[in-house]
Design a protein around this ligand. Structure first.
Ligand code: TXA
Ligand code: MG
Length: 357
C-alpha cells in the first residue's frame, strides 16, 4: 500500500474544507486507516463503528487484541450514541478539560461501536483532542474515530509524522502531517464509572489539576505495584522501548557516569538520557538532552523523540536520569519505567556487581 503524506498547516482557517483533510475523512468513511496529529501524540484513526476499520488498526500496529482503543470525538453530543450515562464528575471534567489530553472511561451502550475497538469490555474510553487538524478531520468524517498512538506496538509513541512513517509506511492509507505534537505524552486516562474516579494512566492532565475540579481522585494501584493487575489493559505491556536495554538510575550524576565507564570498559557502547542542565556532566558514546529539568513540560514534549534518538546511533545500553513523580513528571516517570521494563539501579542499594565482591 502506498502511504500518502499530506502536509497541513494547523494555523489556517477552514481546515474542514482543506483538500487533504477532505481526502483523509473520505478514506476514514471508506474504512481505511489514517494517522492524524493530536496535541499529545499522533494517532492511527479508523471508523470506530466498523470491525473492518478497527481490525486494520490492530494489524498495522501489531497490537494485541485485548488492548482497547480510545474513541475520539469532536462534539460532546456524539457521546449519547454510545455511552449509557454521563456521571456528574465526568460532566465537570469534560467542561474543564475538553478538548484536551484527558480520556474518560464511561459505561458503554451495546451494539454501536465495534466490539474489537473496546476489546469486548462493557466500558469505553473517549476523548476530544485539542488539535485543529484532528478536530477538522473528526467533524468532516462525522464518525467516532478509534485511534491508538500511531507507532508499531511496543515502540515509543510518535510525536512527528516522520516517526509514523518510520513505523507504519506501506501499512496505512495516509498520514496528515500537522508538525510536532505539543504535550508529547499521551492523555491521562480516568475511569469515571466509579463514585471516586481513578487514574488508570497518568498523562497530559495531572492528578493535581483533576483534583482542583472534582476533589479526591484515586490512582490505580497497578501503577505503583508490579504485582497488581492494571485496569487499563494496555498498561500491562512493555512499551515505549528503545532497541537497547534502558536502566533508570537513582543517584548522582557522578554515580551514573561511573556506570557508563564500567560498561565502556566491558566494551559496550553506552547512551545517557539527561536534560539540558546536566548534559555536560557526562562522557558517553551518546548523551541526549531531553528538554529542561526545570520545566518538566519540555521533558514530556521531547521524551519519545529522545528515546527514538538512541536507535539512530547504535548503543548497547542506556542509562537514564530519574524525574520527580509529581505534575507531568508522573507521566514521564511512568513511561520511562515502562521503557525500562522497571529496571532501576540505585546508588544507595548495592548493584548486583558490587554485592558479588
Ligand atoms: O493521547 C492519547 O490518548 C493518544 C492519542 C492518539 O489520542 N492515544 C493513545 O491510545 O494513547 P493508546 O491506544 O496508545 O492507549 C489507550 C490506553 C491503553 O492503555 C488502553 O488499555 C486504555 O487506554 N483503555 C482504552 N479503553 C479502555 C477501557 N474501556 N478501560 C480501561 N482502559 C482502557
Ligand atoms: Mg500507545
Amino acid at each position: 500500500m502506498n502511504t500518502k503524506v499530506w502536509k497541513v498547516d494547523k494555523y489556517v482557517d477552514n481546515l474542514e474544507s482543506n483538500p487533504h483533510v477532505v481526502d483523509a475523512a473520505h478514506l476514514i468513511r471508506e474504512n481505511e486507516v489514517v494517522a492524524l496529529p493530536t496535541e499529545t501524540v499522533y494517532g492511527l484513526g479508523g471508523n470506530a463503528e466498523s470491525d473492518t476499520a478497527v481490525a486494520k488498526i490492530f494489524t498495522a500496529k501489531g497490537r494485541p487484541g485485548d488492548n482497547p482503543l480510545i474513541i475520539h470525538i469532536a462534539e460532546k453530543v456524539q457521546l449519547n450514541r454510545f455511552v449509557t450515562e454521563i456521571p456528574a464528575k465526568a460532566e465537570v471534567l469534560m467542561d474543564k478539560f475538553w478538548p484536551g489530553p484527558l480520556t474518560i472511561i464511561f459505561n458503554k451502550k451495546d451494539g454501536v461501536l465495534s466490539e474489537k475497538a473496546t476489546a469486548g469490555l462493557s466500558t469505553v474510553a473517549v476523548r476530544m483532542p485539542d488539535h485543529p487538524v484532528a478536530l477538522a478531520l473528526l467533524k468532516k468524517c462525522g464518525l467516532p474515530v478509534a485511534a491508538p498512538s500511531a507507532n508499531s506496538s511496543g515502540k515509543p509513541s510518535p510525536t512527528k509524522a516522520e516517526h509514523v512513517i518510520d513505523d507504519l509506511n506501506g501499512k496505512i492509507a495516509g498520514v496528515l502531517d500537522g508538525g510536532s505534537t505539543g504535550v508529547g505524552v499521551e492523555s491521562t486516562v480516568v475511569d469515571c464509572t466509579e463514585e471516586i474516579p481513578v487514574i488508570l494512566r497518568p498523562g497530559g492532565v495531572t492528578k493535581e489539576q483533576l483534583e482542583v475540579v472534582i476533589g479526591y481522585v484515586d490512582v490505580d494501584p497497578a501503577l505503583t505495584d508490579d504485582e497488581a493487575r492494571p485496569k487499563a489493559p494496555g498498561m500491562k505491556y512493555r512499551h515505549y522501548a528503545p532497541n537497547a536495554p534502558l536502566f533508570m538510575v537513582s543517584g548522582t550524576s557522578r554515580f551514573l557516569q561511573q556506570l557508563v565507564e564500567e560498561k565502556q570498559q566491558e566494551g559496550l557502547r553506552v547512551g545517557v538520557l539527561t536534560t539540558e542542565e546536566q548534559v555536560a556532566a557526562y562522557q558517553a558514546d551518546l548523551v541526549l538532552a531531553c528538554g529542561r529539568r526545570a520545566e518538566l513540560e519540555t521533558v514530556a514534549a521531547a521524551l519519545y523523540e529522545t528515546l527514538r534518538g538512541f536507535n539512530q546511533k547504535n548503543v548497547d545500553i542506556i542509562f537514564s536520569e530519574m524525574f520527580p513523580g509529581t505534575g507531568v513528571g508522573h507521566a514521564i516517570m511512568n513511561r520511562l519505567q515502562k521503557a525500562a521494563g522497571n529496571r532501576m539501579i540505585s546508588e544507595k542499594a548495592p548493584t548486583p556487581e558490587s554485592s558479588r565482591e
